[in-house]
Design a binder for this molecule. Structure first.
Ligand SMILES: *Cc1c(COP(=O)(O)O)cnc(C)c1O
Length: 380
């Protein structure tokens, strides 16, 4: 047996260890931990990398979404559209500002928001509810952009603020544009398992308008502007200097790491083809310009949970993202959704699993993953 973890960050750390220890030690010596020059440098770097006008370092991807909703003026009673097939935070933040999540189903091949369903959902909202519909959060799930052109057109027609959840999609492209630069706000996460991860929590908001940029900066420090004068209520959404410095170091390697992920995806495709598994296993669509493969998620028509258990026995790290779509989560029961409301999301939750795709995987490890899946289907 060969061990193939879902993610192993140690190899990556070895390549940046000296630089990371040096900058960490400098920050310890300075005893300046919150915001400051390292955060400002990273903000400029991320704005450039994502082709955005401005960027504001924040405490996490979740807080990036939360502060964007706050800066967009989303208030109790407002409605915000998003998909039920995403990490919990996307919808959690909508509820936390007192707004109502309105779910829209996904497409079966990309797992991203279905734009025809978006149009239909908006059209079918009662008039009063439609008037309260103020924003839409497309999620660029697993590292592939949602179909942004039709979304931006609908958002324009209905006056919706567009907040991209790009937590899994740094450097992902749609046509010639980058994730986070197409909407009004772009939200990134530096959670360690993302393609660009810190040594703890961190995040970034990209913003296209100067006014909103300034608003996010003020909201990040409790709405304080000037210091100790509060015209509105914000929170503590600050980014640490340590995390910013680490992310800056890693950013220099990001394109090379992304290229390796994309190569691994290509290798998987060849291996699945060669093993004759394309009937049993549906591979992820790669239809937008640049998929960055934060996850490589396959779909199997039956016995997904048995396959997951089998692969874990074979020491292949796999995970289910996400087993319960958000409209069926207990905490959202008050929204009144039922099983069957979002069949594509429900199907994905029941039939998908993520395989290891991180850059440092060896060819042997990739081959072993596919061999293990072949072995599962052979034993039947
Ligand atoms: C990780 C993630 C978040 C939240 O980011 P944190 O930094 O963990 O708060 C939000 N949305 C999506 C789609 C994510 O994958």
């Amino acid at each position: 047996m060969m061990k193939v973890p879902l993610l192993d960050l140690k190899g990556q750390y070895a390549t940046i260890r000296d630089e990371a220890l040096r900058v960490t030690s400098e920050i310890y010596d300075s005893q300046m931990f919150i915001l400051g020059p390292h955060v400002e440098t990273l903000e400029q770097e991320i704005a450039r990398y994502t082709q955005s006008r401005y960027a504001v370092g924040v405490s996490s991807g979740t807080d990036a979404l939360l502060v964007s909703l706050m800066a967009a003026g989303i208030e109790p009673g407002h409605r915000v559209l998003t998909t039920p097939y995403t990490f919990f935070a996307t919808a959690g933040v909508i509820a936390r500002v007192g707004a109502i999540p309105v779910f829209v189903d996904i497409e079966p091949d990309t797992f991203n928001m279905d734009m025809a369903a978006l149009a239909k959902t908006i059209d079918e909202l009662p008039k009063a509810a439609r008037a309260q519909c103020k924003a839409v959060i497309p999620v660029h799930l697993y590292g592939q952009c949602a179909d942004m052109d039709p979304l931006l057109e609908l958002a324009g027609q209905h006056n919706l603020v567009v907040i991209e959840d790009a937590a899994q999609a740094i450097g992902s492209e749609y046509k010639d544009r980058r994730a986070g630069a197409m909407g009004d706000f772009g939200c990134f996460s530096f959670f360690p398992s993302k393609n660009l991860g810190a040594f703890g929590d961190g995040g970034m908001v990209t913003v296209q308008s100067k006014e909103r940029y300034e608003r996010v900066q003020i909201l990040r420090v409790h709405g304080s502007h000037p210091k100790y004068y509060h015209s509105f209520i914000g929170g503590n959404f600050r980014l640490d200097a340590l995390q910013a410095a680490i992310v800056s170091i890693k950013l220099k390697h990001l394109d090379a790491w992304t290229e390796k992920r994309r190569q691994n995806a290509g290798t998987y495709r060849k291996l699945f083809e060669a093993a004759g598994l394309t009937e049993q296993v549906r591979l992820p669509a790669d239809v937008m310009s640049r998929h960055i493969y934060n996850q490589f998620v396959i779909s199997v028509p039956e016995r997904r949970d048995d396959l997951v258990a089998f692969l874990r026995e074979q020491e292949v790290g796999v995970e289910i993202y996400y087993p319960v779509p958000l409209h069926l989560q207990k905490c959202f029961a008050y929204l009144g959704y039922q099983e069957g409301d979002f069949p594509v999301s429900e199907h994905a939750a029941a039939h998908t699993l993520a395989l290891p795709i991180y850059p440092e995987l060896s060819q042997d490890q990739l081959a072993y993953v596919v061999e293990s899946i072949a072995a599962f289907y052979k034993q039947e």
